[in-house]
Design a protein around this ligand. Structure first.
Ligand code: ZN
Length: 290
């Protein structure tokens, strides 16, 4: 199955739901960053959350960045999405593992540790919108749910999962994102609670061959469910030599002059895709002249 998000509305538009399969994208991130299983699961959840959240964006130049910083061994997690679920991200420390938690799952809470979560929405306006919450769980989905309740005052359910195989590759990854629109009735709240109460983990459903649309129907077995459009999900880096050149320019003349003393020039690494960009001594001298 290719990675994608399906969108639906239930109860005459009172509830909007997005369900995603992100298996290939998360596996691509795992391989790209050569991650151990625990950080791979953590980044996979954040990338899936970012992909789902991208569906609230309305225009081509808009982006959402999720930034998590904690005292745990992972250090931090960054994920960025464009408006069509083209995501990229990385963790500060990709090379550590932890014992499974009491539930027999990857201990993401411990990997992240106490800390905070930022959501930066760049809607193409003068200033980006920045929301900040302390981590309430560290398991990512609960933290994003809390972010929406606290920072955007929107009742939301976020569910994110990554299932790893014994070979430490991603078997399935996905999630869902439910929002109650303003003025939703108590019935709508009950319908959501009922829909998610007995639901199997999304990764297990995907592993059984269920599609995002199937998962939406399982959560909302109601008559007035409208399945709307779908959106492909992919790992997409936006780096370029030109962007790196601008990054270099931003460090200032003094630091550039120091770099220019090195005959070998400078090598810049894109954290999102690990691509290297080389700038020769003469490239840097040219930057200083500009
Ligand atoms: Zn890149």
């Amino acid at each position: 199955m290719n990675d994608y998000i399906a969108k639906a509305m239930a109860l005459n538009g009172q509830i909007v739901i997005y369900a995603a399969v992100t298996t290939n994208t998360v596996e691509e991130a795992r391989v790209l960053h050569d991650m151990y299983p625990t950080p791979a699961v953590a980044l996979g959840r954040v990338l899936t959350g970012a992909a789902l959240m991208s569906q609230t964006l309305k225009a081509v130049n808009q982006t959402i960045t999720i930034q998590i910083k904690g005292d745990g061994p992972i250090g931090g997690i960054i994920a960025v999405t464009d408006w069509k679920a083209g995501v990229r991200g990385y963790v500060y420390n990709p090379s550590f593992d932890l014992p499974l938690n009491q539930a027999g799952k990857f201990d993401i809470k411990k990997a992240v540790g106490p800390g905070y979560l930022n959501v930066i929405k760049d809607l193409g306006l003068k200033e980006p919108y920045i929301g900040y919450v302390d981590l309430v769980s560290g398991e990512i989905a609960e933290d994003l749910t809390y972010y929406y309740a606290f920072s955007e005052q929107t009742p939301t359910v976020m569910n994110l999962g990554v299932l790893m195989g014994p070979d430490q590759k991603v078997i399935t990854a996905g999630g869902f994102f439910i929002q109650l629109l303003p003025g939703a009735s108590d019935d709508a709240i009950v319908t959501v609670e009922k829909g998610i109460s007995d639901l199997k983990p999304v990764t297990a459903l995907l592993n059984e061959g269920k599609t995002p649309e199937d998962i939406i129907r399982l959560i909302f077995p109601v008559e007035n469910l409208e399945i709307l459009e779908t959106c492909p999900v992919s790992y997409k880096c936006t780096c370029s030599k030109d962007r790196m050149r601008r990054n270099l320019m931003s460090i200032g003349k003094k630091d550039l002059s120091e770099i220019a003393e090195d005959e070998k020039g400078a090598e810049l690494l894109c954290h999102f895709c690990n691509k290297k960009y080389h700038f020769s001594k003469s490239d840097i001298l040219e930057l200083i002249d500009q």
